[in-house]
Design a protein around this ligand. Structure first.
Ligand code: HAM
Length: 416
């Protein structure tokens, strides 16, 4: 037997209806905020991510699925959605349309990480990117969108953490202060943070290593270093989140793992799913579009891992309706003509949009009832010689066994 590669998962029918439900709410919620869907390729030229996400990040350094194609080009399976969307924004001249461009996507992503609950090598993100506006109100709107989506799914117990990591004008001063503070402890940092010290000192702040956490506990805080413009931006964001009644906590240790962020960063975190508690992460990226060859264009967005979200919904016991449920199972037997009639009724019902199933295994009548029960059919219609001759049949409601007698001509009208 051949197994699926490590870190990948089959999505089986017993789960897929839940995904359809969640994706449907994602599309509807994004639509309510004026966002339209964008689909970018599964793979991009590697430089989209090395330049976009950043050379110093774990994603680019360690986690990308990169290979040379048969034409010798370096290709990478997308580890996230934002850089590809920014590339598409530039390439397709979306900057010529009315701004902001409000976009959303549901896509698979690939990261070579150590698999564990809520962490896969192929996973899926629902994300949004609002490109073209630099105002803090659109940051608030992005966060409110995520909050609205979680509420629509009855997700509870999430904490929203927000922070500002400043802009290119003020980040330097903070990095300098942080490095000065950390310098005497470089040797006590974990090996990864030791390498981050020069290239990406901010990332040391969200290291999960206990020793690193201890060292950074009293580090200087970025909010004390950001410039007036970034400060005002952050104040407006907080005010609008208050207006929208979206609760949040300011957390100076939220710095995010991708290089493109500026000003606002945020995460929705759950303590209901184990170690991988960040369900959704995002922030502003005012330099990304330019970094990928476009004109200087601000942007903000987020992405959430759908597998993590499904894990959370499961742990919270959120009931998800199965809209694919079989309404009527038709059980023809005995009479040769019965299958013709059953087939006709099934076709007419499906044309009306009623989910209908029919026997395909030549089962006896008892086995057919067993099967109908197994597939969760709501009603069963039995069609044997007697029913065909009399033109009258019984429909059984499976939940309580109640039977309704109907003329065969009325069956199609009975369901809607
Ligand atoms: P990220 O924090 O790298 O941000 O990923 C966003 C979410 O994707 C995470 O919070 C998590 O739920 C999910 N995720 C990440 N890696 C895995 C994995 N290996 N297995 C399962 N789920 C995973 C971004 O990707 C940014 N592009 C978000 C963004 C959009 N920022 C601005 N716009």
């Amino acid at each position: 037997m051949i197994n699926a590669p490590k870190g990948t998962k089959d999505l089986l029918p017993e789960e897929s209806y839940k995904w359809q439900y969640v994706e449907d709410i994602a599309r509807k919620t994004a639509g309510l905020f004026g966002a339209n869907e964008i689909r970018t390729p599964t793979f991009e030229h590697t430089e989209v991510f090395s330049r976009g996400v950043g050379e110093g990040t774990d994603i680019v350094n360690k986690e990308m699925y990169t290979f040379l194609d048969k034409g010798g080009r370096s290709i990478t399976l997308k580890p996230e959605g934002t850089a590809g969307v920014a590339r598409a924004f530039n390439e397709n001249g979306l900057f010529n349309s009315a701004l902001p461009q409000k976009l959303f996507y549901i896509t698979q992503c690939f990261r070579y990480e150590r698999p564990q609950a809520g962490r896969l090598r192929e996973f899926h993100q629902f994300g949004i990117e609002f490109i073209g506006s630099k105002t803090a109100d659109i940051d608030a709107e992005a966060i409110v969108l995520a909050h609205t989506f979680f509420s629509a799914l009855s997700v509870t117990g999430l904490t929203l953490y927000i922070n500002s990591i400043g802009c290119k004008n003020c980040r330097g001063a903070y990095e300098k202060a942080l490095k000065e503070y950390l310098r005497e402890n470089i040797k006590n940092l974990c090996p990864l943070c030791e390498t981050r010290f020069e290239k990406n000192p901010l990332r040391i702040l969200d290291c999960k290593n206990e020793q690193c956490k201890k060292i950074t506990a009293n580090a200087p805080q970025i909010l004390d270093y950001i410039c007036d413009d970034c400060k005002e931006h952050f104040e407006t964001l907080k005010r609008l989140l208050d207006v929208a009644k979206v609760p949040y906590k300011i957390n100076p240790f939220i710095v995010r793992g991708l290089d493109y962020y500026t000003k606002t960063v945020f995460e929705f975190v759950s303590d209901n799913v184990g170690a991988q508690g960040t369900i959704c992460g995002g922030g502003r990226y005012d330099g990304l579009v330019e970094q990928l060859g476009g004109a200087s264009t601000p942007g903000i967005g987020f992405a959430m891992g759908i597998e993590r979200l499904m894990l959370l919904l499961n742990n919270l016991n959120v009931q998800i309706p199965n809209n694919n449920r079989i309404k009527l199972y038709i059980a023809p037997f005995g009479d040769e003509n019965a299958y013709n009639v059953a087939f006709n009724i099934a076709m007419a019902l499906r044309q009306k949009g009623v989910v209908t199933e029919i026997d395909h295994m030549n089962r006896g009548i008892k086995a057919q009832f067993k099967y109908a029960d197994k597939i969760g059919a709501e009603y069963v219609l039995v069609l044997g010689g007697n029913e065909i001759d009399s033109g009258v049949a019984k429909i059984k409601r499976m939940i309580d066994g109640e039977e309704i007698t109907l003329s065969l001509n009325e069956v199609v009208n009975y369901f809607n």
